[in-house]
Each structure stands twice: as C-alpha cells, then as structure tokens.
Design a protein around this ligand. Sequence first.
Ligand SMILES: Nc1ncnc2c1ncn2[C@@H]1O[C@H](COP(=O)(O)OP(=O)(O)OP(=O)(O)O)[C@@H](O)[C@H]1O
Length: 792
Amino acid sequence: MAAQDAAVDSMRDREIGVEQEHLDRVYHRLEEKIHEAEFLMSDAVKRGQVGTPGALAERDAQVFRAGIHLNRLNSEFEDFLFGRIDLLLGKDGERGPDGAYTSVEPADDAVREDNSADIAETLHIGRIGVLDSDYAPLVIDWRAPAAAPFYRSTPKEPGRVVRRRVVRSKGRKVLGVEDDLMRPELTAYLGGDKLPVIGDGALMAALGQARSHTMRDIVSSIQAEQDLVIRAPAASVTEVSGGPGTGKTAVALHRAAYLLYQDRRRYAGGILVVSPTPLLVAYTEGVLPSLGEEGQVAIRAVGSLSDEAAGVEGATTYDEPAVARIKGSSRMLQVLRKAARGALEQPGTPRRTEDRDGQLSFGDGTDEAPATPTRLRVVAFGARVELNADELHRIRHSVLGGTAPVNLLRPRARRLLLDALWNKSSGRGRYTDPELAAELRSSFDEDVSTETPFLEFLNAWWPELTPRGVLAAMADEKRLGRWARRVLNQGEVRRFARSLKRLDSEGNGPLSVHDVAILDELQTLLGTPHRPKKKREFDPLDQLSGLEELMPQREETQRERAERLAAERTEYAHVIVDEAQDLTPMQWRMVGRRGRHATWTIVGDPAQSSWSDPDEAARARDEALGNRPRRRFTLTVNYRNPAEIAELASKVLALAMPGMESPAAVRSTGVKPRFETVRDGDLAASVREEARRLLAEVDGTVGVVVAMHRRAQARNWLAELGERVVALGSLEAKGLEYDATVVVSPAEIADESPAGLRVLYVALTRATQQLTVVSGERDLPDEDGVPDLLRD
Ligand SMILES: Nc1ncnc2c1ncn2[C@@H]1O[C@H](COP(=O)(O)OP(=O)(O)OP(=O)(O)O)[C@@H](O)[C@H]1O
C-alpha cells in the first residue's frame, strides 16, 4: 500500500514538474512581451512629438496596442494559467486565430480498434491568451472558442477531450494538479507514454474550500450547463433561472467577462450589473477584476442606481413591508405623475407681506396661504399690468395639458405669461404695421421678462422641481391624499406619508431602498432643464484614444474609472440583473431606463422572491424588456448546500411554492442541520453560543440570519465574536453564503411579509457546510427542537 502511495506521489510530482516547465516558458514569454510593450510605449511617445496627423494616428495605434499589453500583463500576472486539455485528433486540420485546431469532434480514426489513442493536441487555458514567438498558443484565453471544450466536455459528451486538468498555481509556482478523465474507456498515449491521471477532479476541491467575505471566480471549474449560459450569444435577452446555489451570480459575472472578450468595441458602452443589496455588491465585486475585467463593468445595488441616491452611498434603509409594497407597486406611477405636476403649487412657505407696485405679490389669505403667488403685476409702457388668480390658473392648466416633463415646460409657461400680459397691455393694437407691431412686442418681452418682479414671480410660480423636493412634498398627508385619489386608500396614504417624515422639506435625509426607484421615476417625470455644459479643460491625453482607457493606473485606478464612467453613463450596452425575482415593478422601470438599447442577461429564482406580487413584477419586467426575443436557460445543480441542508430547505420550498423542484445538491457532508431552542428565554445568549460553536467547527465565515426588525440587536449580540461572524437581516442574506449559518426563528422570518416563506427559503440556503436553526416559542418547536415550519 505504502509503495502504491509513493508511486502516486512521485507521479504527481512528475506531473507538477511538467506543468511547472510550461508555466516557466509562459512567464519567460510574458516578460519578453512586457519589454516589447514598454518599448512600444516609449517609441510611441517619441513619434508623437513629430506632430503630423499621420504620426498622430500611428502613435494612437501603437499606444493602444502597447496599452493593452501592459495593462493586462501587469494586472493578470498572478495565477492566470489554470487548466489544460489533452485532445484527440480532430475531424479536420483547421486552426483558429489562437493557433488551436477548431474541430470539436474527433477524427474517425482518432481511436484505434483496441481502444487506444494518441493525444494529438494539448492546450493550456488561462485568464489571457499568450502566443509564443512562432504564434503557437502557449495559453488560450478561457473565453476563446478553443477553450470551450475545457468546460463543455463531459464523460457523456467528451468530444475530443481525453483528459481535463486543473492546474493550481500561486505566482510562478505550480502547487498541484487535479484531473478528470472524459474518456475513461480509452488507453491514451502522450508522446509515447501512457497518459497519467492525478486526483479526483477539481470541482469538489473548490466546493469544499472555506468561504471568505468575497466571492471567488469559478473560471477553473465552470460546469457544462453553466458554460452554455456564459457563452450564449449576446442577442436580446438571456434569461437564466435556477434554485439557490446553482451558480447564477457566478455565471452572470463570468458572462460579463465573456461578452467583453467577444466584442469589446460593442461593450465599450458599458455593462451594468444590478444587485439587490450593497452587501452582495461588496461580496461579488472582486470577481471581474480577477477575470481581468473591470473598467467597463459597473456593479450597482438597486438602492444606489439612481443619480438621486448618489452621494449618500445609496439607500440601505428598508421600509416596513406594508410601505415597501406601496412604494414598489406600479400603482405608484399614477401617484407620481400627479405629484410631479401638483408639487408646482407650494403651500406652507412664509408669506411675503410687502406689496409694492410692480412687486410680485403672494396671496393675501391667512398664515397658511400658499407660497405660490396668486397674482402677477408688472409695469409696462408706464402702466401696471396684472394677471389674477383665475388667469394664472388657466395658463398653468393649459401648459400642463401635455405630457412633457414639468421642468421642461417652464419656457412655455413663461411664453404664455408674456402673451397674457401683452394682451392686457397698451402695446397691443398700437401699430397696425406688422413689422412695427412685432418689434414692439419683442421689446416688451425683453423688458418685462428681465424685470426682477417677473423673474421672481416665475421662480416662485413655476419653480424648478427636484425629485427629492417632490418626494418630501408627499410627506404631507393631505397633498398626497389628493395626488393618490382613487389609487391608494386612506391607510396606504397615511403609511406612505409617515414613511417620508424622515426627510426635510428639500428631501434630504436617509432614503429607503424603495425611495430610490421613486426618485428615479420623478427624475424622468420632472426632466432636467438644459444647461450649457462647462467646457472641459483641454487634456492632451484625450488625443491618445485608447491609452487612457487601457492605462488607467496612470491617472486613476480601474475602480475609480469604472465609478466615473458609471456616474457619467445613463444607458448601458448590456444589463445584467442578478436576483431578478426581487425587483419591484418600480425598480424594473428604473433598470429598464438604463438598458433601452441594451442586450440583457437576467438571472433569478422565483422561489426566492421577496416581492409580494410576482405577477405584477413580471408584467413590469415584460414592459422593461419590450418584445425582444428571449433565450431561456435553467441551471439544475446546487453547488453551495450539502444535500442535508438542501433537503431541509426543500420543506419550506414545498410550502412557499408547491410543486417547484429543488436543484440537486452536488455533494453531501454527512452533517445534519442542528435544531436548538432558546434557553431560559435568552435569545441573545442562545444565538451567541451557537455562533461560537460553529466558529470552532468551520474555517471560514458564519452568518446569523434574523428577521429584519432584529438586525441591530443581532449585531450587538455578536459584536465580540470577531470578523468571521456576520449578523444579517433576512432581506440582506440574499445571494450571500457562509461556511455555516444560524437561522434565528423561522416563524419570525416567515411572518415578516407576504413573501416571508420565500425569504425563509433564502435564509436556509446560505450555508456551504453547517446550518443551525434556533427556535423561539413562536416557532412551536417539537421535543427535538424542530420548528413547526420545518417538520415533515
Ligand atoms: N462550477 C463551479 N465551480 C465551483 N464553484 C461553483 C461553481 N458553480 C457555482 N459554484 C459555487 O457555488 C456557490 C453558489 O454560487 P452562486 O452564488 O453564483 O449561486 P446562485 O445561483 O446565485 O445562488 P442564490 O440563488 O442562492 O443566490 C458559490 O460559492 C460559487 O462559487
């Protein structure tokens, strides 16, 4: 036995040595390329000094290429070669642009009659492609067509692949290799020797690793059904569904990297990834940089998507479910349309008392008189001309007749005011000669419209409205009641208005996640008046198209650049929606506006939806996507939860979505979920004790999921346990994962909202190793501590 082990070890060492040799060759070549790139850069700058248009164009091209090399080589020097495939002879002998044979199927005579075969081609797969000086592939980019068999090949449909190998390396050192045999029935030879096979495959090794607070890329172990999604053509809408842990988020992010590789020019318009929470953004934002892509991709939480939420790090406050249901619903749109116009009438600001001739005059009612002026007086041709409340009302009514954004209607309002004043002035009818009449009218307009009283009046009577200002105006229950007539009932108006009391009169203050979609909608309804743009200072680097894109480290980091581009961008070339089942109708409208001309990838799981009315959300989603054709995929394997945890979660799934199937768990740990009941009525101590126990059992992270109202409490309970433990409200657990989780009071979570059971399903499916359920009295635990909701 010992002799056998020693033989395996020496074979492993030999194979590691083989891969090390290849990696050394690759590094050598990379260094050559870096020198080349650096030379090109300095040469390009010298040539640029010549200054002729031809030299400038040449410099552009050279700098662009050199920029690509340097930027990529520097950022991807770490651990970029991770795979290898050994292939049979292909059906035809054609090579693709990366130097590899393109044929997917083996040649008819690739396998001999005695089931033996020779390896005809070996390809190494990595994060970028590297050619040797003879243009033979040393490494194939994982996104290139030639790399697809590394992911697609299965023992059932092996294609040309005989052996798939995952190479683990750190920096320049190869640490290990893991092989999967795709054609175990063959005796394959490589260079005359039998093809060695090491280890039990890389997937299980990857899944068993401890989790940290950031997601890892899965580039070395993408599975065939996932690869189909990642490489699906970008046309129109790609919809991906799948249960918890099936890799939807991972697949969506790898797809972004793939699309950029496939068509960088097209996606220079930017890729937007919409995520449900800032926690999930933080968890996933390292994946794209690790795949060598960052600058073109903006990952945004849905609570910070709108410009209106910029500057406050987005919204993290959650409204209580009854309020969220109102704010997220498409009924909101009707209310906002009215509010956007109604907010022009401003009540409640202090009343002006002086009323000198020619001064704007505010109404003369009580202290509560509206701040909106009810009379306009100007002096024209030496006489006073006045518009009264009725006349002003008619003008306002006529201007608001159209559907144009309110702020953009102000010039029209100004025009009609001047018309009305002119009609009452002595100027009208003074001349019969049209030319003289027009001249007089034009000087009347010029004089009146630049007078302070007129300007002050216009600012008060047709102020430029801001989304935040209108949102704040809705905190006034009476006004909101008017705007929401026949749309919201009285109770809903009261709740909604009350939820906005935390904002001041200009709308400053903490926003809730659902306020953000409202602000975004208001932004569209109000419109932004055109203002002449400030001229940007001339920057000679702008001439170097491509350089500043590819060499961002000179001026700003990749991340800063992504942030800047995202802030400047209002629309994207591709929109990826993660956890799409959670978007409310109003959020779909907000996201839809950012992808009007985009292609889309939408990933989600209806069984995890925290939105109470999935049909309404589906309608809003259809509206956002229009009639673009859709291509649908389903992922079927749960890579996160061991079978023991998946089985428990499936009990809640059966209650939440009867008839819906759980994805099959890919592994089992033999560790069953634990059930604890609160001891001595001390929930804090019980949870703390369990978290402590789990910390000792797992190497990585522990997540404690509680009902939303216990969020702050739970953070206090766990404060002293260190950074490996995180307390989460049920809605925040979305998309995240931990080595172990504690789910506190399933009944509390399930009762939180109409979507509570689905939220509980999310909470129960976060653990990669161990799960403990802590029940309180409300959970009606049996004598084994199993809560009512989780019993058979
Ligand atoms: N092919 C793979 N190789 C290795 N790990 C994988 C693979 N596919 C998925 N995983 C791992 O499985 C876990 C779940 O993946 P991910 O979070 O993308 O799933 P999800 O479908 O988005 O889950 P949820 O719907 O619960 O949010 C992650 O740790 C991910 O890295």
